[in-house]
Design a protein. Sequence first.
Length: 175
Amino acid sequence: MKEVGIGKNKSIRINMTQQTYTTSYMAYTSVQEMPEHYQTLIEQAKIATNDSHAPYSNFKVGAAILLNNGTVIKGSNQENASYPIGFCAERTALSAAASLASYEKIKAIAITAKSANNPVLKPAAPCGICRQCIFEAENKHHQDIEVILTGESGEVFVFKSIKDLLPLHFDANFL
């Protein structure tokens, strides 16, 4: 119970509690310290940045998806002069996976970025729309997707599920 002032000599009592959300993830100091399968997937994501179309931001993002059968599918961000209709690398890769191997489950996704303007020295996290799309892929296949985040250099973060990055997710139970 907390008393909150609402004006001159007036207050109301509010029932509330402070909640805390915590997450856990693996943090590697560099790509070279990671297991080989992670290194390979990150390398594919870095290669995907070369296919990026980012003439406006010069911020190139690559994503590489590892399917359960070992296939890797890549995607890169595709900007548009009408900014809202561009595509993020993660959603490009997810769409390609859904089109090329719709019944194959996704084991992991590696996401990286590089910039012509400023070096990306920390892990690049997916935007909210991409987090929701990765979450939908987890639900579709009833399997967590490992999320591997890196920049041009420096630390690498590995999350066991997108739910660690999207704790208050929206799903079909709301519909």
